[in-house]
Design a protein around this ligand. Structure first.
Ligand SMILES: NC(=O)c1ccc[n+]([C@@H]2O[C@H](COP(=O)([O-])OP(=O)(O)OC[C@H]3O[C@@H](n4cnc5c(N)ncnc54)[C@H](OP(=O)(O)O)[C@@H]3O)[C@@H](O)[C@H]2O)c1
Length: 260
């Protein structure tokens, strides 16, 4: 069902974690993929990893050093995609960062950085990409389980992610006449490099896992499978929706008490 032959997908934040694994899925399904990120060395490592598992992928993969919060760099990447592959079908607006602090500690600089990358950058990526996309394409945005539940210290991060649920619903209407679908995906606790960057202790890692009914963190490829589905024509009648991929975290309170 999932076939990306002759389709071109841009994945922002595609050099690591869930974006990287989604790139792998789409390449394996025959598609052309452009992955972006701010760090050239990480992009080059990602390319080696993707080509290692699929030698033919080298001809269908492009890396682009691009900061999603820099509009010129976003437009350059979209134009380079069309120049290289001659078409743009899908966009996975996945690049994002997390800043988690008590309310009193969040600075104006933190605010601007989070909004510029997680919301403003994502919004203008979609605005600039939509006119270049072929009719019948798909857009997917990475939201978060924290858009669905309150989490201490995640106030502004969660707000940037919650905004995407609204964007999916409204843009689904605006893009429907061109049969462009737009959805979001809300990962739960997924073990990716972003988690190492926030320097979570082993104890905190285990406490988080204990909140999940499946009692473990998810892997990037478990989200990538769902992301590839939503970007593919297998999801041809799904638009304006959010798919939570979280081992049951949002849907159920993992109560471990005795008799009640
Ligand atoms: N891991 C989780 O538990 C979890 C849960 C819910 C939601 N999410 C969301 O999932 C998305 C992917 O995160 P991940 O966990 O896969 O993290 P990751 O492994 O750290 O990957 C993040 C990717 O985004 C890129 N990136 C960051 N800022 C960027 C920018 N300004 N412009 C372009 N690329 C940028 C990074 O590359 P560079 O740093 O080189 O730019 C990297 O390729 C994020 O939106 C995150 O908020 C994660």
């Amino acid at each position: 069902m999932i076939d990306f032959t002759n389709k071109t997908t841009v994945i922002t934040g595609g050099s690591s974690g869930m974006g990287l694994e989604t790139a792998r899925r789409i390449l394996q399904a025959g598609g052309n993929v452009v992955i972006t990120g701010r760090t050239l060395s990480t992009l080059e490592e990602a390319r080696s990893s993707l080509i290692q598992t699929d030698a033919d992928a080298a001809n269908r993969l492009m890396i682009a050093e691009s900061d999603t919060s820099d509009l010129d760099s976003v437009v350059n990447t979209l134009e380079a995609t069309q120049a290289r592959f001659g078409r743009l079908d899908n966009v996975f607006a996945n690049a994002g960062i997390g800043i988690f602090k008590p309310l009193s500690d969040l600075t104006v600089e933190d605010f601007d950085k989070l909004i510029n990358i997680n919301l403003k950058g994502l919004f203008f990526t979609i605005q600039k990409a939509a006119p270049m996309m072929n009719d019948g394409g798909a857009i997917l945005m990475t939201s978060s389980w924290t858009a669905h539940r309150g989490v201490a210290g995640a106030h502004l991060y969660s707000a940037t992610k919650a905004a995407l649920l609204s964007l999916a619903r409204t843009l689904a209407l605006e893009l429907a006449s061109r049969r462009i679908r737009i959805n979001s995906i809300s990962p739960g606790y997924i073990s990716t490099p972003i988690v190492q960057k926030i320097e979570m202790s082993p104890e905190a890692f285990n406490v988080a896992a204990a909140q999940v009914p499946f009692e473990r963190w998810g892997d990037s490829d478990e989200v990538a499978t769902a992301a590839a589905f939503l970007l593919s024509e297998a999801a041809s009648y799904i638009s304006g929706q959010d798919l939570i991929v979280d081992g049951g975290l949002v849907g159920a309170h993992n109560f471990k008490g005795g008799e009640v």
